[in-house]
Design a protein around this ligand. Structure first.
Ligand code: DAH
Length: 366
């Protein structure tokens, strides 16, 4: 009996003095562990007569309870202390000085979109927008691609599982052309807009990413013809690339939403492994590069958009923003545009203070 009392007191003292969870665990094994003295003492109760057991049990039971309680309390205290210590150690030093140079930069795609808007604003174009989550009607049907049109299959469309309330398919827009429809329905004619933005196709390699950028252009007025289209694109590219010797080639093509349709090529040369825009594509050392599609807006598209094609005509174009950005600023891998690598952004990014303006130059580098 006195043995149990003194051993219990010694155990409680050792638990109280434990300074680590390891020391506490050693003390638990020595008392309540399988071979601990309390456990062994409890086992002896089995071999006792009922009278002996009644006499001996309470002391052992209460020793077990007191030690278990002390172990739990000490464990909680040691864990709390460890947490406190960790919290004290892991502080954020708010007094650290700010970095010497501001780290953020404007992405070349954003910069080029600002450049586009600036140049086209000077030509009287407003900036229009539309949703990236589009419906099938705006993305295809109203652009003269009905359900069975083969061009739909060429778009590698990302569809959503659900349909709109009216039962239309929902998709990520595959081009910026649906903004033409939205703008005409909202504003009627005459109209002069550009619509830069993100588009999506299920396609990925060195020159294709599942998300990329286009700029759409639309002019609807009376007596508009292909000459206006060519002049507009030429004027734009001269301002954008900041050189006068830009030569465009309009090559007959097909798009469901334009008639006639042309593809727009620009002459370029190779200088030190870099493509440099300028000159006639058929001149020695030169070639043609495709920049986008365009044409006279198809009469059916005007009808879908609520305009009378006997009164209104117009042209439209669609250019790949990433592609003209690469051409202007000399990047060669499209995928790097969307990797978010800080070194790439530091190299190709622009200062937020370097706003493109026609007077200061739309191509000024930071
Ligand atoms: N939407 C076409 C595409 O993504 C590009 C295009 C071609 C846009 C001709 C136009 C156009 O506005 O007239 O492939």
């Amino acid at each position: 009996m006195t043995d149990i009392t003194s051993r219990t007191e010694a155990a409680l003292a050792a638990i109280g003095a434990a300074t680590s969870l390891d020391a506490l665990e050693a003390e638990r094994l020595e008392t309540l562990g399988k071979k601990g003295w309390v456990s062994l003492a409890l086992k002896t109760l089995g071999g006792m007569s009922p009278e002996e057991r009644t006499a001996a049990a309470p002391a052992i039971q209460s020793a077990r309870a007191a030690i278990a309680e002390a172990l739990d309390a000490k464990k909680a205290a040691l864990e709390a202390a460890a947490l406190e210590e960790q919290l004290a150690r892991e502080t954020v030093d708010l007094t650290l000085p700010a970095p010497a140079a501001p780290k953020g930069s404007v992405h070349p795609v954003s910069q080029v979109m600002d450049e586009l808007a600036e140049i086209f604003a000077d030509l009287g174009f407003a900036v229009a927008t539309g949703p990236e989550i589009e419906d099938d009607w705006h993305n295809f049907t109203a652009l003269n691609m009905d359900e069975t049109h083969p061009a739909r299959a060429m778009h590698d469309t990302f569809y959503f599982p659900d349909k709109t309330a009216e039962g239309k398919d929902v998709l990520l827009r595959t081009h910026t052309s649906p903004v033409q429809i939205r703008a005409m329905l909202a504003e009627g004619a005459p109209i002069r807009i550009i619509a830069p933005g993100r588009v999506y196709r299920s396609d990925s390699d060195a020159t294709h990413t599942p998300m990329f950028h286009q700029v759409e252009g639309l002019v609807i007025d009376r007596d508009i013809h292909l000459g206006h289209l060519k002049w507009t694109l030429e004027t734009f590219f001269k301002a954008f690339f900041e050189r006068e010797d830009i030569t465009l080639r309009l090559r007959p093509s097909y798009f469901p939403f334009t008639e006639p349709s042309v593809e727009v090529d620009v002459g370029y040369s190779n200088e030190g492994g870099r493509r440099v825009v300028g000159g006639h594509g058929d001149a020695p050392g030169h070639a043609w590069m495709e920049l986008g599609g365009s044409g006279m807006v198809n009469a059916r598209v005007l009808e879908f958009a609520g305009l009378d094609p006997t009164e209104w005509q117009g042209f439209a174009f669609g250019l790949g923003i990433d592609r003209i950005a690469m051409l202007k600023y000399g990047m060669n891998d499209l995928r790097a545009f969307f990797d978010g690598d800080g070194r790439w952004l530091a190299h190709y990014g622009f200062s937020p203070f370097d706003q493109p303006t026609l007077s200061a130059g739309v191509g000024a580098r930071a």
